[in-house]
Ligand binder design. Structure first.
Ligand SMILES: [Zn+2]
Length: 156
């Protein structure tokens, strides 16, 4: 999923969990759970090449980054600079930061634990096949739903 969906759910989990440490751990796990929901993040069609570690499609970032910044602003207005909330956001996007940025991935894949997490990430990242137009519509809607649900869960 896109960073926006991961970061807002991660923050919501920390906000709604009484123990922040436990919340941050759950926020990290939420990444893998969310990737299991059918979604479109621009990577799907590049999957074969992606396995070879060559090409990653960053085109969805032009939507993702502005939405992510707005969500960070929302979190800041709601909670101030709350280190727990922002840690939840960070750990929730961490698997993608570690695995999808090529120059960094080549280093992170050599780290013992991360190599296993990378495999889990590949396994849980559900790729669904079919008409690309349909995939885009459904795959973007699921992410919008996650973002809206997370905001409603946090409350205004
Ligand atoms: Zn991911």
């Amino acid at each position: 999923m896109l960073n926006s969906a991961h970061l807002i759910l991660g923050s919501a989990i920390v906000a709604e969990t009484p123990d922040p440490a436990w919340g941050i751990f759950l926020a990290f796990l939420s990444h893998y759970a969310l990737d299991f929901i059918p979604h479109y993040d621009g990577l799907e069609n590049k999957r074969e090449k992606d396995k070879e570690n060559k090409v990653i499609d960053y085109s969805m970032l032009r939507y993702d980054i502005p939405v992510a910044l707005l969500l960070i602003l929302f979190l800041y207005i709601k909670f101030g600079f709350n280190l727990f909330i922002f840690s939840g956001a960070l750990v929730a996007v961490l698997p993608d930061l570690m695995d999808n940025i090529i120059w960094w991935r080549n280093i992170s894949k050599r780290l013992f634990i991360w190599r296993w997490l990378f495999k889990i990430h590949q396994l849980t990242h559900l790729v669904f096949k079919g008409n690309i137009k349909y995939i885009k519509i459904v795959g973007i809607m699921t992410q919008v739903l996650v973002i809206v649900a997370s905001i409603l869960w946090i409350g205004f």
